[in-house]
Design a protein around this ligand. Structure first.
Ligand code: SF4
Length: 172
């Protein structure tokens, strides 16, 4: 059958972002969709944040940041996002890869802004909390960010890793 991969729902043009917008990716929707069946998730919607919603952002230690509200500073969705990432990793046991939306406090794979007490982002940034949980639970799963897939070398490498993973899964 078709190989399934997970994807941040906003990359498929679904209007799920905090501002009601999306981040439609031509590459995902027109090219990669020919090779793979997408399973689309929006972690922020899934944990009960509506659309539109006040944005959240990462704060604190870049190695283990927390995800908190910007408008409502009391809002802390760190545990909810991590738990949802853990659940998704188990539930989507048959996915063979995942495409994440870059820079998101939930879905970003790397260099997501992590704000410090002085209001400035920490050097180097961190990882979104859904992505962190998914990658912790499924350390062998091929994962990439949409932005990096515009690089043909990284893209080919990612696609190869997905096929290798799919083969390996079928052998288990
Ligand atoms: Fe939802 Fe992730 Fe896209 Fe944000 S980046 S809108 S949490 S799918």
């Amino acid at each position: 059958g078709t190989i399934k991969i997970g994807i941040s729902a906003c990359l498929l043009g679904r209007p799920v972002r905090f501002n009601g917008g999306h981040k439609a990716s031509q590459l995902c929707m027109e090219v990669l969709s020919q090779h793979f069946e997408f399973i689309a998730l929006c972690p922020e919607q899934a944990i009960g944040l509506g659309t539109p919603r006040p944005p959240i952002r990462l704060v604190g230690d870049p190695q283990s940041p927390r995800a908190k509200g910007t408008v409502n500073r009391e809002l802390d969705v760190s545990e909810a996002l991590s738990a949802y990432g853990q659940q998704a990793a188990a539930k989507l046991h048959d996915i063979c890869g995942y495409i994440l939306m870059q820079k998101s406090p939930s879905c970003g794979m790397e260099r997501v802004k992590v704000y410090q007490d002085d209001g400035h982002p920490a050097e180097g940034g961190g990882r979104g909390l859904f992505a962190a949980a998914l990658m912790r639970e499924r350390p062998d799963l091929p994962v990439e960010e949409d932005g990096r897939l515009n690089d043909p070398v990284l893209r080919e490498n990612f696609i190869t890793r997905i096929f290798v993973y799919a083969e390996w899964q079928r052998l288990l």
